[in-house]
Ligand binder design. Structure first.
Ligand SMILES: C[S@@+](CC[C@H](N)C(=O)[O-])C[C@H]1O[C@@H](n2cnc3c(N)ncnc32)[C@H](O)[C@@H]1O
Length: 275
């Protein structure tokens, strides 16, 4: 067996072990990117091979947490893909306003930027007291960071530009306080958000959501896992609710696609049909 095939085998054993011990199922993540990330983690560890690392990874939760950080891609930004948020503001919010109260789920929220962006947008649209945002991620470390709502000041120029392009009606600087090299988001934004750990491959559906965003998460999943997670979203969403995926993603050729209509071409916003 050549070295590359041996590494594939080690990955297979490791992922099965991780699943059995910790319940995280990475077996249906896209192979190429997972392999690259595992080998990158290995190169920064004290181990020479994944099989050497395996016995300790399966016994030492803290070590496993470092692997989890290495496997998950957690980059995000506020008002990421400004035209997407503009479409939410202009084409989805008018529907949301017809409900007395709406529930929104950001699945795979990473460090929270997307959820805070949504809170700002809905507050600017006059929906104060009429929404709750559930922001979840498999990675508990990023959830802890999201709860703090503190971001490097160097990112704020980009965040501000995105906010303006997305149709922001105020001044972005009203939403944070600069301290040293960091921007601390206004704690009042957090009042509308519940951050929690949730694993899309294993945990239960949420009930009666009006809007679900899962952007730049399923790109790392194989087709079968995408379909499984989309079913989870479908069962969490009310009829007439909205499902949003990332700019490089779509519902084309997915099992649930017949149950949805595309709200706007290229905005990756889908509306669940009434039966
Ligand atoms: C690239 S970030 C996307 C952040 C944000 N949605 C955005 O588009 O800016 C992907 C996130 O998905 C999370 N993730 C990966 N697999 C997951 C799973 N099975 N369940 C929940 N979250 C997951 C990762 O931990 C990571 O924080």
């Amino acid at each position: 067996m050549n070295n590359s095939a041996l590494i594939d085998l080690e990955i297979k054993f490791l992922l099965e072990g991780v699943y059995q011990v910790y319940g995280y199922d990475f077996k249906n993540y896209s192979e190429a990117s997972l392999r690259r990330r595992l080998l990158h983690w290995l190169s920064s560890s004290d181990f020479d091979t994944l099989s050497q690392a395996q016995s300790q990874l399966l016994r030492d939760r803290d070590l496993f947490e470092t692997l989890l950080q290495g496997i998950t891609v957690t980059v995000s930004e506020m008002f990421r893909d400004a035209s997407f948020f503009k479409a939410i503001r202009e084409q989805v919010v008018p529907y949301l306003k017809t409900y007395p109260f709406v529930k929104i789920w950001h699945a795979g929220c990473a460090t929270g930027e997307e959820a805070y962006s949504m809170a700002i947008l809905l507050l600017e649209e006059g929906m104060q007291g009429r929404f709750r945002i559930y922001a979840t991620d498999i990675n508990e470390a990023v959830i802890r960071s999201a709860q703090e709502g503190i971001y490097p000041l160097k990112d704020l120029q980009n965040f501000t530009r995105n906010y303006q392009r997305s149709g922001g009606s105020g001044s972005f600087s009203d939403y944070y306080t600069a301290r040293y090299d960091y921007a601390i988001l206004s704690p009042s934004l957090r009042e509308n958000i519940v951050f929690a750990a949730h694993n899309l491959t294993a945990d239960a559906a949420f009930g009666e959501m009006n809007l679900i965003l899962c952007r730049n998460v399923m790109i790392y999943f194989k087709t079968a896992l995408k379909d499984q997670v989309l079913e989870l979203f479908d069962s969490s969403l009310v009829a007439g609710g909205f499902l949003c995926v990332g700019t490089k993603e779509s519902l084309d050729n997915r099992k649930i696609s017949g149950r949805y209509e595309e709200l706007t071409p290229r905005a990756q916003i889908y509306r669940k049909r009434y039966a």
